[in-house]
Write a protein that binds this ligand. Structure first.
Ligand code: F6R
Length: 616
């Protein structure tokens, strides 16, 4: 996590640093800070809280300079305090550094540095990087730009873990250096300035070309030209300049009180975008050109692994049901955060779909690299197709959901579900799925955006149910088949933005322990659309009611039985069974949203979270 922006140009860097940092706040918002070189001195401003707090601090205590580096933090080592906010200084106070990643051997390095007389001012792992590089630089008689690059090479060789760093030195004037290993970093080239950032989106409108730095790269920038070296001193590859189209940034909330609500309402549009040009009616199939695989190659696959984290993992779980039923190919789902710690057998007949809306989740990226190492075909499913996962996969599918600012994923989740449904359709059609059955799926998909729009019309009913149950201290969520992962997702949304303990379970597991949790104070949300397991869900509801547990049922329009049995009922448009997970998701997003609003929670920036989890 954590976001970095650095720049070197002809004018004051502060406006760029603060704006760029605001664009990276999705990576963390515990604290923010900036350092600039001004009249051969390093000037630093820091604030606890989001970038707006840093802007206030700079307003109270103005500063300007060139070059400059800045950082928005998601705390890993050391609590959320001004002292722990980046940038950090070296022992001389003349080198300032920002860092994204985790220095795993920081304790050992710190002890060695303390033994050599260094004093530390924070509990962060980052401060050792500033001290190590600064110490090595100060020992070099040359004290010039090359000496700083050498110091970085010398220091970074001792570092275990991951890092993207940017640094400036008061004695080197117009010079900015950066390096990466494991954490993303992009170099941007504008007309009058050069930039370093964790994500190209931070540089939107300022640069013409970008270079995605590679692991072990050290970039040295002087405002006009740049040079790339390697940490181990080997020759760096000739940098590849890329034009990058950063999608128009969703700057406003479009009249909604929160980005999350706006993004929930954007789902019909996002789903239409995900389907555009990908449904081939004549062949009753779906096509994804970015997979770069022929039907023959895809037919040879014997197994599919879907891997991701958090909400994206829930999409994978729902995808398993969809792909297996449409394509009859074995699908396994793996938490990306666990994947590389077990010795998963992989081979060239396995495709690993590496799923991540941001495309930067460290655990998911590690799962991608592990799968590649073991010879599996790796295919990314990302919203940001220019992300590290997007670039490192053998092929991929873009979600086209548009920028998602709310930290709790909403529209990207339903877009992931849709991509997996279309993938099932495509894989089914090159196996056993008949044209007639495929056309039924396509007709259903065609209706999907409209069904989601009609689900959104239930918002007032859902808001009033949220108000009725907002004081609950726990929630249970239950569903069967592909609605089981939706129960998990509903519980995750509730936890993330309301902080109310909530858990999702397969309805059929009720009797195997969960029933012990049922009491008069714990509402259970049961996903019970009209499908082949409807009667089974009714039995579960009866079992909960027999123990006086309040039940909120989410069913299908026209249903008569739920209303008489349950304490609250949300009836959604009648839809083909394979589409009910989409509609239930939207209802659960709204339930969590309205509960959070009643509690006065910071819906778009829930405590302790970050949109992109770039540390393991
Ligand atoms: C929850 C949420 C997270 C992410 C997870 C993976 O609302 O957003 O659980 O789904 O961190 O993120 P991506 O999909 O970017 O890899």
């Amino acid at each position: 996590m954590c976001g970095i922006v650095g720049t070197i140009g002809k004018t004051d860097t502060l406006p760029f640093l603060l704006e760029g940092l605001g664009r990276l706040e999705y990576r963390g918002y515990d604290s923010a800070g900036v350092a600039v070189v001004n009249e051969n001195e390093i000037k630093i401003r820091k604030a606890v809280g989001g970038v707006s707090r840093l802007v206030e601090e700079v307003g109270r205590n103005p500063v300007q300079g060139n070059p400059g580096i800045s950082h928005t933090r998601w705390a890993t080592h050391g609590s959320v305090t001004t002292e722990n906010a980046h940038p950090h200084l070296d022992a001389s106070g003349r080198l300032a550094l920002v860092h994204n990643g985790v220095v795993e051997n920081h304790k050992h390095l710190r002890e060695e540095l303390v033994g050599r007389g260094h004093t530390f001012h924070s509990q962060t792992d980052t401060e050792v990087l500033a001290h190590l590089i600064g110490e090595s630089f100060d020992q070099n008689a040359d004290r010039n730009r090359s000496a700083l690059v050498h110091a970085m090479q010398e220091a970074l060789r001792h570092v275990r873990g991951t890092y993207a760093i940017a640094l400036i030195h008061a004695d080197l004037g117009r010079f900015l250096a950066a390096a990466r290993s494991g954490s993303p970093l992009v170099l941007g080239i504008g007309k009058d300035a050069q930039f370093i950032a964790s994500d190209a989106a931070a540089l939107d409108g300022w640069v013409q070309d970008v270079v995605f730095l590679k692991d072990q790269d050290i970039a040295a920038l002087d405002g006009e030209s740049f040079h790339i070296a390697k940490v181990n001193g080997s020759e760096a590859a000739v940098p590849k300049l890329r034009k990058i189209e950063v999608e128009a940034r969703a700057t406003g909330k479009g009249g909604f009180p929160h980005f999350m609500l706006k993004e929930i309402h954007e789902q019909p549009h996002a789903l239409r975008e995900a389907m555009k040009g990908r449904i081939i009616l004549e062949e009753a199939t779906a096509r994804f050109t970015g997979l770069h695989r022929t039907n023959e190659q895809l037919r040879d696959l014997k197994r599919i692994i879907l891997t991701g984290c958090g909400t994206t993992f829930h999409a994978a779980l729902a995808g398993e049901y969809m792909i297996e039923s449409l394509a009859r190919i074995p699908v396994e789902c793996d938490y990306a955060s666990e994947f590389r710690y077990r010795n998963a057998p992989l081979d060239s007949e396995t495709a690993v779909f590496v799923m991540s809306q941001s495309g930067e989740t460290a655990d998911t990226l590690a799962a991608l690299r592990e799968s590649k190492r073991k010879g599996a075909l790796t295919l990314g499913i990302c919203n940001n197709v220019f992300s590290t996962i997007g670039r490192e996969s053998d092929g991929g599918i873009g979600l086209r959901a548009g920028v998602e600012i709310g930290v709790a994923a909403t529209k990207t989740f339903t877009s992931e579900l849709l991509i997996l449904a279309m993938l099932g359709l495509m894989l089914g059609r090159i196996r056993d799925l008949s044209q007639a059955d495929a056309m039924e799926v396509i007709e259903g998909l065609d209706e999907l955006p409209g069904l989601v729009a009609r689900t959104l019309e239930r918002e007032q009913i859902i808001a009033s149910i949220a108000a009725k149950y907002a004081t609950a201290r726990n929630f249970l969520f239950m569903g069967r088949q592909a609605n089981f992962p939706i129960a998990l997702e509903g519980a995750l949304k509730m936890k993330e933005i309301t902080y109310i303990p909530s858990a999702g379970h397969p309805s059929a597991e009720l009797k195997h322990g969960i029933i012990a949790l049922i009491n008069e104070e714990t509402p259970t949300i049961v996903l019970a659309p009209q499908d082949e397991v409807f009667e089974k869900n009714i039995s579960n509801i009866e079992e909960i009611k027999a123990r006086r547990g309040p039940v909120i049922a989410i069913g299908s329009e026209g249903d008569k039985s739920l209303e008489s049995l349950c304490d609250a009922t949300i009836l959604l448009p009648a839809a083909p069974t394979f589409l009910s997970p989409f509609l239930n998701t939207v209802a659960l997003q709204l339930l969590a949203y309205h509960t959070a609003v009643i509690h006065g929670c910071d819906v778009d920036k829930p405590r302790n979270l970050a949109k992109s989890v770039t540390v393991e």
